[in-house]
Write a protein that binds this ligand. Structure first.
Ligand code: GAP
Length: 547
């Protein structure tokens, strides 16, 4: 039931986003382009406000972080050095009957989820014990993990039930199969054993959700980068890529920024920009897109201080999310047990979307991998001379800095913000049925800060309302509306998250006061026109989020 409500809520958010001009499907009149979306008139405002919040928090609030805007096209060697040409692949498999293509690991993950669903039958205590055990297993070396597989696959189970009490639960035989599959899949992915992935799909009887058959092709690697032709380059080397992440634009500019900005370690370089990935499975609206935006920051530190800064950024980034007023239970960290070859620590900040906890942001301790790769592929030194003194009183000297990265998907943050703010309120009283749809956006993020309404279209009220709007519009994004009854106009502004509605009536002409109505409480108060800018300004100020 909860699942159904969540699905319904998600569908309502998607249709609300379209109805009020937040998000449209790209090229909709041509039936759309899969996993590509356009932001409408209010979506563009909300997105810009999220960007501003991030830029202010990361760049303007840190004296040692600067922002850049690097090009989408980069030299093809960049992607060779970064590992994307050879390693940015998804293992794909086709069902021969439905002709549909799937990510092999996602098919297996769905199967694992199906088997783990039996955990709901465990007692709370045993569920917690199992999860602890699972983390322990997944934290072992590859050999250590592989050694456990036979115990999970054995039908009767050979685990000592005094040590592992959960093996007494009736659903254990499904759960242990799930654990076996999780371990086997991880090992196959890590060793890029595509034949093994296919075998798992067959052995665990995974079927195509459309044809319901298990008539599968072999698993093949599919690179996620989009490529295109670059006119001016020499023949044979004219293939360039649309960047799959903004981070590399920062790495290749590391020395340019450090020298021109006279930056001293530790320092950061941030940027916001488009990234492109040919995602094969595009799902969940703007959650997984082929063209999306990232807000990334690379923080360059002294080797040996990377762990300390990783912890710093992990905490700082969650604080940024929480300042928006989201309840703490909606967020969690997901520390990576298995790390990418270049990382020595990584965590995801996950948000509870209607379809479960999913990654919004990654914090990665990337060591000196990227800069060293670029040194090797470009033949140029990317080192920093650190003249601070170490414990022995000598300068730290020349080194390739270590890097902590924070990387958040702007579109995911946008979706999270819409979902978090969306509320359908029943306002019925004994005498009257009533309801409203509300976007409870933080005022600093709201597309419009103020709506100005003349009570009627005559008696000089529109002129007075325009006068107020003309004075406020330099500092705040305002909207003027004179159509429909006031109640209807309020509802429309509630639905797009406008924190303040100002109504100009006949009294306004006499004493220069107006009614201001607050979105969340629906309370109204009479205030002097001269006080409006101050009242609105305080509520929508970035200080409310950043101080
Ligand atoms: N530079 C590191 C990097 O790109 P990532 O985990 O691949 O790391 C970072 O991506 C963030 O970008 C994710 O946490 C997610 O919010 C967002 N993201 C990644 N792929 C996306 C997609 N196809 N559509 C929308 N957002 C995406």
């Amino acid at each position: 039931m909860a699942q159904k409500n969540n699905d319904e809520q998600f569908k309502n958010v998607i249709s609300h986003a379209k109805e009020y001009g937040f998000v449209f499907q790209s090229s909709e009149i041509y039936d759309g382009l899969s996993a590509v979306y356009d932001y409408g008139q209010l979506g563009a405002e909300l997105k810009n406000n999220i960007k501003t919040y991030w830029w202010k928090a990361m760049v303007q609030m840190h004296e040692n972080i600067v922002g850049i805007d690097s090009a989408i096209f980069m030299h093809p060697k960049v992607w060779k050095a970064s590992g994307h040409v050879d390693g940015f692949n998804d293992p794909m498999i086709d069902n021969k009957d439905s002709k549909k293509r799937y990510r092999a690991d996602q098919l297996l993950e769905n199967k694992i989820d199906e088997l783990y669903a039996e955990l709901t039958n465990f007692s709370a205590e045993n569920k917690a014990k199992f999860e602890e055990f699972q983390q322990e297993i997944l934290g072992l070396s590859d050999e250590g993990q592989a050694a456990w597989i036979p115990s999970f696959k054995d039908e009767e189970g050979i685990l000592d039930n005094s040590k592992y009490p959960f093996v007494n639960e009736a659903s254990w035989r499904f759960v242990k199969k799930g654990l076996a599959l999780e371990v086997e899949m991880n090992l196959a992915l890590k060793s890029e054993n595509l034949a093994q992935l296919k075998d798992l799909i067959v052995d665990y009887k995974v079927i195509c959700p459309i044809s319901k058959t298990s008539n599968w092709t072999d698993v093949r690697q599919f690179n996620l980068m989009f490529s295109t032709q670059f006119g001016a380059m020499a023949e044979g080397s004219d293939e360039v890529y649309l960047r799959p992440e903004t981070a590399q634009g920062i790495f290749v500019n590391f020395l340019n920024v450090q020298k021109s900005g006279r930056m001293k370690i530790p320092f950061g370089i941030a940027q916001i920009g488009k990234a492109f990935r040919n995602e094969v499975i595009a799902r969940q609206f703007i959650m997984r897109m082929r063209e999306f935006e990232q807000m990334e920051m690379q923080f360059f530190v002294r080797p040996g201080e990377d762990k300390k800064w990783f912890e710093y950024w992990k905490e700082a980034r969650l604080k940024w999310h929480m300042a928006l007023g989201t309840s703490a239970e909606k967020y969690r960290y997901h520390d990576h047990v298995k790390l990418a070859h270049y990382a020595n620590a990584a965590t995801d900040i996950e948000f509870e979307f209607p379809f479960g906890f999913k990654e919004v942001e990654g914090i990665h301790s990337r060591t000196d991998f990227d800069l060293k790769q670029h040194e090797q592929f470009s033949g140029k030194k990317l080192q920093y001379f650190d003249n601070d003194l170490n414990d022995e009183g000598k300068p730290f000297g020349n080194y390739v800095p270590y890097v902590i990265e924070t990387s958040i998907g702007l579109d995911r943050m946008f979706l999270l913000t819409m979902i978090n703010a969306f509320e359908e309120q029943d306002l019925s009283t004994e005498d009257k049925q009533d309801s409203r749809t509300l976007l409870r956006l933080h005022p600093a993020l709201a597309p419009y800060k103020v709506a100005v309404f003349p009570l009627t279209k005559k008696d000089g009220l529109p002129e007075k309302a325009r006068e107020i709007m003309d004075a406020l519009k330099f500092d705040f994004n305002c909207i003027y509306e004179e159509k429909d009854a006031i109640g209807k106009r309020y509802r429309r502004q509630d639905a797009v998250g406008t924190p303040f509605c100002i109504t100009v009536d006949h009294q306004s002409l006499e004493d220069n006061t107006v009614t201001i109505r607050h979105r969340d409480s629906m309370e109204q108060e009479r205030v002097a026109i001269a006080d409006l800018a101050d009242l609105v300004g305080k509520a929508v100020s970035w200080k409310t989020l950043l101080a």
